[in-house]
Design a protein around this ligand. Structure first.
Ligand code: 2BA
Length: 116
């Protein structure tokens, strides 16, 4: 068993699939321990990737730099759902522009990290 006494944080990073492999490689290369989970965004309903990284508080900022380096903002266009048809008129949806990413990162205090 090993556990850490240093203050720990748990970062939960939602990134785009296209950026995930390079980011995971860069994190692993710098000795971050990473868990990659396949996920899906509620709005676009497209696959994305959620990374769990538990690390010392002081390592969070360097991790953020790597995330900024590897995660690109992309523009997507989505067609809104048609309104409930009551007029009988023909509806032509106008795609709306959405900026996705670079990454959405949540940083939580991790009480303990145990490897049992
Ligand atoms: P999605 O939910 O598929 O959202 C994709 C993009 O669509 C978002 O990019 C944002 O630009 C836009 N969007 C999301 N919800 C919207 C809404 N209600 N109205 C208008 N536009 C909306 P990002 O903000 O970069 O988010 C990328 C992905 O990160 C999200 O995918 C979701 O999986 C996750 N995420 C973002 N914010 C989150 C949050 N507060 N809690 C949990 N997951 C979050």
């Amino acid at each position: 068993m090993s556990n850490t006494a240093a203050p720990m944080r748990l970062a939960i990073a939602v990134v785009q699939k296209q950026d995930a492999a390079d980011l995971v490689a860069a994190l692993t290369e710098r000795n971050y321990r990473v868990t990659r989970i396949s996920s899906e965004g509620g709005f676009l309903r497209e696959g994305n990737v959620t990374l769990l990284v538990a690390t010392e508080t002081e390592s969070i900022e360097p991790m953020m730099r790597l995330i900024r380096e590897h995660c690109i903002t992309r523009t997507r266009y989505v067609s809104p759902l048609p309104p409930v048809a009551d007029s009988g008129e023909f509806y032509t949806p106008t795609p709306i522009e959405v900026q996705v990413g670079g990454a959405t990162v949540f940083v939580l205090k991790a009480g303990q990290m145990l490897r049992l």
